[in-house]
Design a protein around this ligand. Structure first.
Ligand code: NAD
Length: 338
């Protein structure tokens, strides 16, 4: 894996307005309508012109049908929505294909099905935007399959993993980490800003995923360290709010200590204060950590804390009282006082 060669830069932070009068007709495909994709597709469709079309596909046909129905009954504007039977049919006429799938194998199989079928000729090169969190190597493999199937720049694949969770996907406030050549940034950004509020261009294809996984590796460790430090302080007799206040104006300050504090009641809005519900699921943290470790091995980067951290998340997830909850539930797994 190549290291990120450039510092991430904020491509744009403002929302754009779109003229619907002088535009040509655009076709979109959205594949993978789970917790994130469903909301993202809904936001995208509502901001497209009525002359545009969005074709929806998920192996769970019910999700596509419910979403198409919701799109049709919404009051104002939006692109025409259709349900497709396969990823290939959804993509056949599409100028832009967006995928939002769970794991590398799902992304590979969806693109295999898209690329083995004849895609119709488009007036502009096709853009494939994968928002799934997968490893950069798998992403580059798919990118290369796209350029082989659609040679001479007729198809381009970029990675745009996101942060902001289901809340951000619903509100349209996601942050995307884009891995794309400079020449495709403006086009990808225009589409992504219909589903989010910020696009960080991190470098060439694959760089968005590298940035996302490096960040989430750090988060995985910080979360465990915060849970341990809070547990330690409480056992020494410190009031958890007093301890959090000290940390948050001192050198230990981090997102888990300040925003997502793992001790119930310290931050009223944190998942810990609502029995660790909502937030960033422990299963997703374990998955991102696994992908970061895989990518680190390929880059020959030494990670001394990774195995231990994986062990912690795996062991916590096996316990019924922690399973399916926000990843700060590690504090409960440690035996922290609630
Ligand atoms: P999800 O499991 O809720 O949804 C995935 C959807 O993909 C499901 O509806 C499933 O039926 C569908 N699917 C699976 N294989 C398919 C295929 N071959 N073709 C078509 N559809 C297929 O997952 P999610 O929470 O929406 O996450 C999607 C991606 O976004 C993941 O890679 C995840 O790591 C990442 N992500 C999630 C969050 C979050 O908070 N949920 C935050 C940031 C990033």
């Amino acid at each position: 894996m190549r290291p990120i060669s450039r510092i991430c830069r904020v491509a744009r932070t403002h929302r754009r307005t779109f003229s619907v009068t002088s535009r040509r007709l655009d076709n979109y495909a959205f594949i993978g309508l789970g917790q994130m994709g469903y909301q993202m597709a809904r936001n995208l469709q509502s901001k497209l012109a009525p002359t545009d079309t969005i074709r929806l596909f998920d192996i769970n046909k019910g999700a596509a049908e419910t979403l198409a129905q919701e799109m049709k009954t919404q009051q104002a504007g939006g692109a025409a929505a259709q349900v497709a039977d396969t990823a290939a049919k959804a993509s056949r006429e599409a100028d832009t294909v967006i995928t939002c799938l769970p794991e590398p194998q799902h992304v590979k199989s969806a693109y295999q099905s898209i690329l083995e079928r004849q895609l119709s000729r488009r007036s502009q090169p096709r853009l494939f935007i994968d928002c799934s969190t997968i490893d950069p190597s798998s992403s580059r493999e798919v990118a290369s399959a796209v350029s082989s199937a659609l040679p001479n720049g007729q198809g381009n694949f970029v990675d745009a993993p996101m942060s902001g969770g289901v809340v951000g996907a619903t509100a349209g406030t996601l942050t995307f980490m884009l891995g794309a050549p400079d020449s495709l940034v403006a086009r990808a950004e225009l589409i992504l800003l219909r589903m989010g509020k910020r696009v960080l261009h991190c470098g060439p294809q694959g760089a968005g995923l590298s940035a996302k996984l490096a960040n989430n590796y750090l988060l995985a460790i910080e979360n465990i360290a915060t849970a341990e430090a809070m547990n330690l302080g409480v056992r020494w007799g410190l009031d958890p709010k007093v301890l959090a206040n000290v940390i948050n104006v001192s050198t230990g300050k981090c997102w888990p200590s300040e925003v997502n504090n793992p001790v119930p009641g310290v931050v009223e809005t944190s998942p810990a204060s609502r029995d660790y519900s909502g937030g960033f699921g422990i299963g997703l943290m374990r998955k991102d950590l696994r992908l970061a470790i895989l990518a680190a091995k390929e880059a020959d980067a030494k990670l001394t804390l990774a195995d231990k951290a994986s062990e912690v998340y795996e062991s916590a997830e096996k316990e019924e009282r922690c399973k399916g909850r926000d990843f700060s539930v590690v504090y409960r797994w440690l035996g922290g006082k609630e």
